[in-house]
Design a binder for this molecule. Structure first.
Ligand code: DGL
Length: 259
C-alpha cells in the first residue's frame, strides 16, 4: 500500500504549500489537516502551539503518513525540534525565507510579515541572525490577517486596509524584499501587489518546501511510483465550505472531522 504524505496547518493557509507539493510530486497521495478550530496559532503561547502540533502529528500518524510537512511557520518555529526528537517519520518544516531575501536585497532592508509566535521564536531569531549581517530586518506581526483569510476575506477592503497599515512603515524604510512568513499570506499576494511598488520582491517558501519534501522522500526511499494517480484528503474541524471552494475537485475529498 502507498502511504500518504501528511500535512498540517492551523487552518487553510497551508494549502498554499500543499499546492506546491502536488505540483512537484503529482503521484503522491496527501492528507491535509486544517486545525481551523484552533486558529490562529500565532497568538498562542509556545507550549500550546507545541501541544496542538503533537495532536496533529499523532492524528496524521494514526492514518499511516510516511512523512509530515508542518505547513505552518508558527508550528515549525515552535515545535519542529520536539517533533523530530519524538517521532520516527521525517518532518519538513517551513520558516520565513530570510536567506534568499538577504541574498537578493539591494537596499539592505528586508521586511518580514509573520505571526507573533513566529517572530518571538528562538528558531526564527537564530536563522535571522545567521544570514543577515549588515542587513536591517524589519519585523511586522500580521495580527488579524489569519482570521480574515480563514473567513474567506483574502481580498476584502478590511484586509487591504490592515495590510496597508502593516506594510507602509516597512516601505517607508525602503525595504525591497518582503518575506511572507506565514503560509496563509500567499493568499494575500494580489492585494500586496496593489500596495507595494514594483521594485519590492515578494518572497515565500512554498516551492522550497516542496523541493525539500521531494529530496527527503527520495533519500529515505519513501517516494511513490511515478506512474500512479494520486488522491488527496482534507480534514477540517470547522465548517468545510471555504476550504472546499479553495481545493475541492476530482481526486480531492474535503470532510469535516473532529480532531
Ligand atoms: N499558517 C500559519 C503560519 O504559517 C498561521 C499561524 C496562525 O494560525 O496564526 O504561521
Amino acid at each position: 500500500m502507498v502511504k500518504p504524505i501528511g500535512i498540517f496547518d492551523s487552518g487553510i493557509g497551508g494549502t498554499s504549500i500543499w499546492r506546491e507539493i502536488v505540483k512537484m510530486l503529482p503521484h503522491e497521495d496527501t492528507i491535509y489537516l486544517a486545525d481551523s478550530h484552533n486558529a490562529p496559532y500565532g497568538a498562542k503561547p509556545k507550549e500550546e502551539i507545541l501541544q496542538l502540533s503533537i495532536k496533529n502529528t499523532e492524528y496524521l500518524l494514526s492514518m499511516d503518513c510516511k512523512l509530515i510537512v508542518v505547513a505552518c511557520n508558527t508550528a515549525t518555529t515552535n515545535a519542529i525540534d520536539y517533533l523530530r526528537a519524538h517521532y520516527q517519520v521525517p518532518f519538513i518544516g517551513i520558516e520565513p525565507a530570510i536567506k534568499p531575501a538577504a541574498l537578493h536585497t539591494k537596499t539592505k532592508k528586508v521586511g518580514v510579515l509573520a505571526t507573533k509566535g513566529t517572530l518571538a521564536s528562538e528558531l526564527f531569531h537564530s536563522t535571522s541572525k545567521m544570514f543577515t549581517e549588515g542587513i536591517t530586518v524589519l519585523e511586522q506581526e500580521g495580527t488579524g490577517l489569519v482570521e480574515l483569510i480563514e473567513r474567506g476575506e483574502a481580498r476584502s477592503k478590511e484586509t487591504k486596509a490592515l495590510l496597508s497599515q502593516y506594510l507602509n512603515p516597512m516601505l517607508e524604510q525602503q525595504i525591497d524584499c518582503l518575506v511572507l512568513g506565514c503560509t496563509h499570506y500567499p493568499y494575500l499576494i494580489p492585494l500586496i501587489k496593489e500596495l507595494v511598488p514594483s521594485n519590492v520582491t515578494i518572497i515565500d517558501s512554498g516551492e522550497a518546501v516542496a523541493r525539500q519534501t521531494k529530496a527527503v522522500l527520495k533519500k529515505n526511499l519513501l517516494h511513490a511510483d511515478l506512474n500512479r494517480k494520486a488522491s488527496h484528503r482534507f480534514y477540517i474541524n470547522t465548517e468545510a465550505n471555504i476550504l472546499t471552494s479553495m481545493v475541492g475537485g476530482p481526486e480531492v475529498d474535503v470532510e469535516y472531522k473532529d480532531f
